[in-house]
Write a protein that binds this ligand. Structure first.
Ligand code: NAD
Length: 506
C-alpha cells in the first residue's frame, strides 16, 4: 500500500463545525462541548465539532416550525420550490470537487467512490423536485350529488438523522425528499462525519433556500439526536443507521406517535450459482463486499457459493482480495481506504477472533495494516464459515469482511439467505432464468439484484424487510411518508338536511 495519506494537508476544512439554524451558523459560546473530527487515513484531528445541546436543538426546531407554520416554504407555489431545488442542484454541482474532497477527508472512503456519491447527491434534488411537481390526488364522484377529492399536504417538521458511511448521499436524499413536498427539517448527521454535510447545508442557503427550511445540528446520538427525536415540535422522523439505534428511535418517537421511516442494517446474501458467468460473479462479489471500504448497509457480506464451483471461485476471490490497492483515499487509484474511526476498526477486527471461535477458517487478511498506523486501515478479509448459524453470518460487521458459505441446491441457498434477522437486499449471479425468478420470489429482502452489483433506482422503493427497516424511500414511497392525505367532500347541489331541534318537524 502507499500509506502517504498523513502527508496530505486537509485543505479547505473548517476549524470548527457548528449548527446552522435559520440560515445562519450558530456562534460558539465558551461553555459548549467540542468533539474532535478526524481524518481516518492519518488519525489527525482536522476540525472540532461543537455539540448542540437541548437548548440549541430547540432553537433549530423552532426555526423549522416557523418556516413550516408561517411559510413561505410550506405554501409556496410548487414551481417556485422546484426552481430553488434546481438551483441547489446546480450550486452543489459547481462545488462537487470541494464536497468530494471534504467527504474523503472525513470518511476515508476512496475518492473514486465518493465522486459517484456526490453525483447522487446532486441528482437527489432534481429527482425529488420532479416527483413533487407531478404529485397528484384522487377524486371520487360515485356517491351521487357529491364530489370528494383527496389532496396531499406537507406533513410538518422532520428530524432527519444520518450515519457516517455515506454522509452526503444519504443526508441529501432525505433532505431533498422532505423539503420537495413542502416540509421543513432539522438534520443531525453522524458526529464522526459532519464536515461535508455542513458545507452542503451552507451552500444550499446560497441559492434561495429560505431560512429555517433546512437546519443543521451536530453532536452525539445520545445527546443531540435523542433531544431532537423527543422534541415536541417534531412531526416525523427519518432515520438511517444501525438496527439497535433504529429500535431506540422508534420507541422514543412512538411514545408521541411520530411516524418514522427507518433504513437499518443488513447481512445480505450474494448467491453464486454454478451456472453463473463466474468472471462477472467474481467482480460482483468483490464489489458487493469491498466497495465503500465494506461499510455499506447493502453489502453482499454473506457470499453463498455453489459447492461445485466453490473451490476455484474462492481461490480467485482470495487472490483478487490480496491484490486490492489499499492506500491514500485521495488517490484516484485507491480501492480500499481506512475505516471510519478507530473504535469501529477495533470492532471489525474483533470479528476475526469471533470467526475463529465459531470454527470459521480465515482465508485472507484479518489484521490491521500496521505500517499505515495511525491510519485506521484493515486488510480486506474473508473467512469460510462452517454454518449460517455462526455470529459472522448472523451479525452485521460493516467492514471489509466477507463470509463465505457453501450450498448444494438453490433451495438451500434461499433458505440460508432467509435465515437472518435482516432482509435488506439479495444478489444472485446466475445464467438460469428460473433461478432468478425463484430468488426474486422467495428471498425475503427489500431489493433483489440479479447479475448486477448495487444499482440504486431512485424511482423504485428501497428499504428492508424484517430488522432492516420500516418504510421505503423512492418516488411514491417518499411522497407517502412526507405528505399527509386530506379528504374534502363538497355537495354538487345543496343536499336535503335533517333539521334537528326545529318545532315545525313533522
Ligand atoms: P448509528 O445507528 O450508530 O448512528 C446513526 C445516527 O444515529 C448517527 O447520526 C448517530 O449519532 C445517531 N444516533 C445514535 N443514537 C441515537 C439516539 N439514541 N437518538 C437519536 N440519534 C441517535 O449508525 P452508524 O454507525 O452511524 O451507521 C452504520 C449503520 O447504518 C449500519 O448498521 C448500516 O447498515 C446502517 N445503514 C443503513 C442504510 C440503509 O439504507 N438501510 C444506509 C446506510 C447505513
Amino acid at each position: 500500500m502507499s500509506p502517504n495519506a498523513a502527508d496530505r494537508v486537509p485543505l479547505g476544512c473548517p476549524d470548527r463545525v457548528v449548527s446552522i439554524i435559520d440560515g445562519r451558523p450558530v456562534a460558539v459560546s465558551r461553555d459548549g462541548r467540542d468533539l474532535p473530527v478526524v481524518y481516518p487515513a492519518s488519525g489527525e484531528t482536522i476540525s472540532l465539532l461543537r455539540e448542540a445541546d437541548e437548548a440549541e436543538v430547540s432553537s433549530a426546531v423552532a426555526a423549522a416550525r416557523a418556516a413550516f407554520d408561517q411559510g413561505p416554504w410550506s405554501r409556496m407555489d410548487v414551481n417556485q420550490r422546484k426552481d430553488i431545488l434546481y438551483a441547489i442542484r446546480d450550486r452543489l454541482r459547481g462545488h462537487a470537487e470541494e464536497l468530494a474532497h471534504l467527504e474523503v477527508l472525513n470518511t476515508g472512503i476512496p475518492i473514486s467512490h465518493v465522486q459517484g456519491q456526490v453525483q447522487r447527491m446532486t441528482r437527489n434534488f432534481e429527482f425529488f423536485a420532479e416527483v413533487a411537481s407531478t404529485l397528484s390526488g384522487e377524486t371520487y364522484t360515485q356517491t351521487s350529488g357529491y364530489l370528494t377529492y383527496v389532496t396531499r399536504e406537507p406533513k410538518g417538521v422532520a428530524a432527519l438523522i444520518s450515519p457516517w458511511n455515506a454522509p452526503l448521499a444519504l443526508s441529501s436524499m432525505r433532505i431533498a425528499a422532505c423539503i420537495a413536498f413542502g416540509n421543513t427539517c432539522v438534520l443531525k448527521p453522524s458526529e464522526y462525519t459532519p464536515v461535508a454535510v455542513a458545507r452542503m447545508v451552507e451552500l444550499m442557503h446560497e441559492c434561495g433556500l429560505p431560512p429555517g427550511v433546512v437546519n443543521l445540528v451536530n453532536g452525539r446520538g445520545a445527546v443531540t439526536g435523542a433531544a431532537l427525536v423527543a422534541h415536541p415540535g417534531i412531526d416525523m422522523v427519518g432515520f438511517t443507521g444501525g438496527t439497535a439505534t433504529g429500535r431506540a428511535i422508534m420507541q422514543a418517537a412512538g411514545a408521541k406517535l411520530k411516524p418514522c421511516i427507518l433504513e437499518l442494517g443488513g447481512k445480505s446474501a450474494s448467491i453464486i450459482d454454478c451456472g453463473a458467468d463466474l468472471d462477472r460473479a467474481l467482480d460482483g462479489a468483490l464489489l458487493g463486499i469491498f466497495s465503500n471500504n465494506g461499510q455499506q448497509c447493502l453489502a453482499g457480506s454473506r457470499i453463498l457459493v455453489h459447492r461445485a464451483v466453490a473451490e476455484r471461485f474462492i481461490a480467485r476471490f482470495v487472490e483478487r482480495t490480496r491484490n486490492l490497492r489499499i492506500g491514500d483515499p485521495m488517490d484516484p487509484g485507491t480501492e480500499i481506504g481506512p475505516l471510519a474511526y478507530e473504535a469501529h476498526l477495533e470492532r471489525v477486527l474483533s470479528y476475526v477472533d469471533v470467526a475463529r471461535a465459531d470454527g470459521a477458517r480465515l482465508l485472507v487478511g484479518g489484521r490491521r495494516v500496521e505500517e499505515a498506523r495511525p491510519g485506521y486501515y484493515m486488510q480486506p478479509t474473508a473467512v469460510l464459515a462452517p454454518s449460517n448459524g455462526t455470529r459472522v453470518c448472523q451479525e452485521e460487521i460493516f467492514g471489509p469482511f466477507a463470509t463465505f458459505l457453501l450450498y448444494d441446491s438453490l433451495d438451500e441457498a434461499i433458505r440460508i439467505a432467509n435465515d437472518s434477522p435482516f432482509g435488506l437486499v439479495c444478489y444472485l449471479w446466475s445464467g438460469d432464468l428460473q433461478a432468478a425468478m425463484r430468488v426474486s420470489r422467495d428471498v425475503r429482502a427489500g431489493t433483489v439484484w440479479i447479475n448486477t452489483p448495487m444499482m440504486r433506482e431512485l424511482r423504485a422503493p428501497f428499504g428492508g424487510f424484517k430488522q432492516s427497516g420500516v418504510g421505503r424511500d423512492g418516488a411514491s414511497s417518499s411522497a407517502e411518508f412526507f405528505t399527509e392525505l386530506k379528504t374534502t367532500t363538497i355537495p354538487v347541489d345543496p343536499p336535503a338536511l335533517r333539521r334537528l331541534g326545529r318545532d315545525d318537524r313533522e
